[in-house]
Design a binder for this molecule. Structure first.
Ligand code: SF4
Length: 212
């Protein structure tokens, strides 16, 4: 939905991710090139849009995304290429993480409509300024990287999720995963589905956190 290029959304139901806990993980990937190649060619814009954490593979603008693309995304893409995943609707027998890698807005809204049969989900988008993201306000958090972005997104009706530089704190609610909570039980990050819940911040994490 971002640029018309071929993408695929893959749901996996086993994870060792201690922060999320036991959730269906969804991976949004270019269909025509592996995720590592897509990062290097810039074709990952089809699945991440203009998210600044993609970087530009330069010293001045390094990649700061917390996802290590050469690990799970690459393995999952290869398994999909070899026919390892059956086609089907979004599984919802467990809490769902929309976009373990990739922006959920890249996937047609209709593909997510089974989501409401899940008892809990989480998801984030950097595309919150775009009209295409409007239907997702009910299910996703707006990913923000500054106080100005937070204010603007909140004015536009989003709940926000902000990644802070290591050692700094935000003004919204600190993500309780810092104290051991898991998304699979917390579920705060589900957009206006939780209209009275606060916005959230978290300290940068992952191998590239020092560059955030
Ligand atoms: S606030 Fe809850 S759902 Fe959101 S990232 Fe933190 S633990 Fe996960």
């Amino acid at each position: 939905m971002l640029d018309g290029k071929p993408i695929v959304a893959i749901a996996t139901d086993r994870t060792k991710n201690r922060k999320t806990g036991d959730m269906i993980q969804t991976w949004i990937l270019r269909a025509d090139q592996d995720p590592l190649a897509a990062v290097f060619s810039g074709a990952d814009s089809s699945i991440c849009g203009d998210c600044r954490h993609r970087g530009k593979n330069t010293k001045a603008e390094p990649r700061t995304c917390y996802v290590t693309v050469a690990q799970a995304p690459l393995g999952i893409w290869r398994k999909w290429k070899s026919g390892g995943y059956p086609k089907g609707p979004l599984p919802t027998h467990k809490p769902v993480r929309m976009g373990a890698y990739g922006d959920p807005v890249a996937v047609p809204w209709q593909a997510w409509t089974g989501l409401h049969s899940a008892n809990l989900w989480t998801g984030y988008t950097h595309q919150w300024r775009q009209l295409i993201a409007s239907p997702f306000r009910n299910v996703l958090m707006a990913s923000c990287d500054s106080e100005q972005e937070e204010k603007l997104a909140q004015l536009m009706g989003w709940r926000t999720f902000r990644v802070m530089k290591p050692g700094t704190t935000g003004t919204a609610l600190e993500c309780p995963s810092n104290k051991g909570a898991q998304c699979a039980h917390c579920g705060l990050c589900s957009g206006l589905n939780r209209p009275d819940a606060p916005s959230v911040w978290i300290e940068a994490h992952g191998t590239a956190k020092a560059f955030v």
